[in-house]
Design a protein around this ligand. Structure first.
Ligand SMILES: *[C@@H]1O[C@H](CO)[C@@H](O)[C@H](O)[C@H]1NC(C)=O
Ligand SMILES: *[C@@H]1O[C@H](CO)[C@@H](O)[C@H](O)[C@H]1NC(C)=O
Ligand SMILES: *[C@@H]1O[C@H](CO)[C@@H](O)[C@H](O)[C@H]1NC(C)=O
Ligand SMILES: *[C@@H]1O[C@H](CO)[C@@H](O)[C@H](O)[C@H]1NC(C)=O
Ligand SMILES: *[C@@H]1O[C@H](CO)[C@@H](O)[C@H](O)[C@H]1NC(C)=O
Ligand SMILES: *[C@@H]1O[C@H](CO)[C@@H](O)[C@H](O)[C@H]1NC(C)=O
Ligand SMILES: *[C@@H]1O[C@H](CO)[C@@H](O)[C@H](O)[C@H]1NC(C)=O
Ligand SMILES: *[C@@H]1O[C@H](CO)[C@@H](O)[C@H](O)[C@H]1NC(C)=O
Ligand SMILES: *[C@@H]1O[C@H](CO)[C@@H](O)[C@H](O)[C@H]1NC(C)=O
Ligand SMILES: [Ca+2]
Length: 581
């Protein structure tokens, strides 16, 4: 137990651990608990700046933590890098002294944002952690990397790339952990447990620290990471180039129909008819996309809401009434087979069967009454801004863009951001030696970051860390500290309305705390069905390379070893001479 009375270092005020949140949540107390500047070489902490306000009875809940009502002190502090005219803001949510459980949690961002908003941070408070996020020094929590990346055409702001890439998180964890010890007056002998949680770009940010700083956290929960950054971003343009190359622009309704038929056909292959494709690998082995040819589809005319990747907000789409074509299936097949260069050499992997193909969504030209492929989203932005260094968020068109162009863009981005954004350093020795743990999860129907991207990475780490061991021995050794779980039916860092009965691992942080602090290894990962007919049902997710299989008509799940299925996730990226991790 902590002592009931403690004094803040360098502060005259002394607060009891039974002290109310409102009595400790003051700017003076915050500033008094800021660590000395030498906590991190090269920074100066602003000792005149703090904001703080008490938040009570706040109802929170998300895919990443169960519903709860929490109280916390909402804090921002600031620091700068010496002789650089900048300011970095950190946000901390502080639990009441009586609820603090000697824990720190770093939170990651999403998309091109390093700050994912307050919906991610409350999770730490539930578990008695000081929960932190950074603005990366981009000027405000609302400013994303692309708001500061290009100073002028041709002039890149490398500092922002390094901050986003990995530096900001390392600084925040270091400052935040020291602050937490001082604010709650922990004794030197007491252990502060440090954790991370993030998905998508937040998953990449988590890996950026795991790969570099073995002692930063005791456990990291990383979902669907946007690592292998150049491959990942360029891949968003692949579907459009398939459509151009095959000269067929499927109406969105046709692709949706192929998807729906795929889900319906592959749902029962996992042994449970629940609308969830838990085994996209069996789908790949057993389902013939061509069987959908000739099936009728119909979608009523609609006004898009701007949700689609390429539709301008407010555009009106015509009714789409037809039958699935051989050309539509060829486009679908080529997209899911993954990018190959003009010589047929594999350059990247793709979405699993059962995942929506958002990248393939065509735009409608109401003048000509035809569908076409336009660049857009983070893929177009990556080329225009990150490669061409233009103060632009998209390229003009896909004219002249071939599979080989995409491969060359990957190569260029990979080399340019190798040491910042690519985030694929597979030697995790310092992390392993520190005893820290990793829970890595990925929706099996992710439509934004291919599920196979995480499997490929896990296999890279396995081979680099355990080169001398046989497959089973190496997965067993790796599984003592790094475990990967695919989430049946889940989309991108979220539940999936097209497969609503799928589970989601909402309690990852609790599971990680149990692993780190109590030694309870998550043989399977705790998950809950969060919507649909089976809402509330508990499911246990299998750890890769084991795969789920239901028996007795979907009442019993086992985790099976299935070599043919494992092999469907393997790729040899022979379009590149360098190894891809
Ligand atoms: C918070 O909720 C509790 C229980 O409903 C209530 O007693 C308390 O007054 C509320 N506090 C505030 C500040 O609203
Ligand atoms: C937390 O503090 C920041 C900075 O003052 C403020 O913008 C934000 O609205 C606050 N959030 C809550 C929930 O009070
Ligand atoms: C930056 O380059 C783009 C694309 O070439 C051009 O349209 C834009 O005018 C340029 N901006 C400036 C300020 O020169
Ligand atoms: C696909 O299924 C969803 C429901 O899961 C439905 O809303 C949608 O209309 C279907 N699309 C087509 C083209 O049939
Ligand atoms: C779709 O087209 C078919 C064949 O032309 C027609 O029979 C059917 O009524 C159409 N459906 C709708 C909803 O318009
Ligand atoms: C739409 O079609 C018209 C007529 O064919 C053409 O002039 C125009 O360029 C097209 N617009 C786009 C964005 O492709
Ligand atoms: C690996 O382990 C699985 C059971 O988990 C077993 O079925 C398989 O035969 C083993 N492979 C080898 C090469 O020992
Ligand atoms: C596992 O999930 C269930 C809900 O499905 C929840 O009640 C339970 O507390 C979770 N276990 C852990 C260790 O978080
Ligand atoms: C299997 O389960 C489904 C859904 O619960 C049910 O409709 C069906 O009758 C069951 N079949 C058998 C053979 O028990
Ligand atoms: Ca199923």
């Amino acid at each position: 137990m902590r002592s009931t009375l403690f004094a803040l270092a360098n502060a005259s005020a002394a607060i009891a651990s039974a002290a109310s949140l409102s009595s400790v949540c003051t700017n003076d107390n915050i500033i008094a608990a800021l660590p000395p500047d030498d906590v991190y070489l090269g920074i100066t902490i602003d000792r005149t700046y703090a904001t703080s306000n008490v938040v009570t009875n706040s109802s929170v809940g998300s895919n990443f933590f169960p519903d709860a009502v929490i109280d916390y002190c909402n804090v921002t502090v600031a620091y700068s890098h010496n002789d650089r005219d900048d300011r970095v803001l950190l946000q901390f949510f502080l639990p009441a002294p009586s609820n603090f459980q000697n824990r720190w949690l770093s939170n990651g961002g999403g998309g091109l944002a390093i700050y994912a908003g307050e919906q991610s941070i409350p999770g730490g408070v539930i578990y008695g952690a000081v929960s932190g996020a950074t603005d990366g020094g981009f000027g405000s929590f609302a400013t994303q990397l692309d708001g500061v990346l290009i100073l002028a055409n041709g002039t890149i702001n490398w500092e922002s790339v390094f901050m986003f890439g990995y530096q900001a998180h390392h600084e925040m964890s270091t400052i935040g952990k020291a602050f937490s010890r001082l604010f709650y007056n922990m004794a030197d002998s007491e252990k502060l447990y440090a954790y991370y949680e993030g998905c998508s770009e937040g998953g990449r940010e988590g890996w950026s620290q795991i790969q570099r700083f073995g002692d930063e956290w005791d456990g990291a929960v990383v979902g669907a990471p946007a690592f292998r950054f150049a491959h990942q971003q360029v891949n968003h343009l692949f579907a459009g180039v398939v459509e151009k190359t095959l000269d067929y622009y499927p109406p969105p309704c046709e692709m949706d129909k192929i998807l729906n038929l795929t889900i319906a056909a592959c749902d029962p292959l996992d042994g449970r008819r629940d609308g969830v494709v838990s085994r996209s690998d069996l789908c790949k082995l057993k389902f013939d996309l061509k069987s959908t040819i000739g099936q009728p589809y119909y979608c009523a005319a609609s006004s898009t809401t701007g949700m689609g990747k390429r539709q301008a907000g407010g555009a009106t789409l015509p009714a789409q009434n037809g039958t699935v074509t051989a050309q539509g299936v060829a486009v679908y097949q080529a997209i899911t087979d993954g990018l190959k260069d003009s010589q047929g050499r594999q350059a990247y992997l793709s979405y699993a069967l059962g995942a929506a193909l958002d990248d393939a969504e065509t735009s409608y030209n109401s003048t000509s009454g035809t569908w076409y492929a336009a660049p857009g989203g983070i893929g177009g932005e990556f080329i225009a801004m990150f490669l061409d260094l233009l103060d632009e968020t998209n390229i003009d068109s896909l004219d002249g863009v071939t599979y080989d162009t995409l491969v060359s863009w990957i190569w260029e981005g990979w080399q340019m951001y190798q040491d910042t954004l690519q985030t694929t350093w597979p030697d995790l020795t310092p992390w392993y030696e520190s005893g820290a743990k990793i829970i890595h999860f990925h929706g099996e129907s992710d439509f934004s970051i291919p599920t196979a991207s995480s499997v490929y990475w896990y296999e890279s780490v396995r081979q680099i860390m355990y080169p001398g061991l046989a497959y089973n021995d190496s997965t067993e050794a790796l599984g003592d500290w790094y475990r990967l779980y695919l989430v049946p039916g889940a989309g991108h860092c979220a539940v999936n309305d097209l497969q609503p009965n799928g589970p989601f691992p909402q309690t990852n942080l609790a599971v990680m705390i149990d692993w780190v602090e109590n030694g309870v290894k998550p043989v399977t990962l705790n998950a809950t069905v969060l919507q649909g007919a089976n809402e509330g049902e508990n499911q246990q997710l299998c750890a890769w390379p084991l795969r789920p299989l239901w028996s007795k008509n979907g009442t019993d799940q086992t985790c099976v070893y299935d070599q043919a299925s494992i092999d469907t996730w393997k790729y040899n990226f022979n379009a590149f001479k360098l190894p891809v991790y």
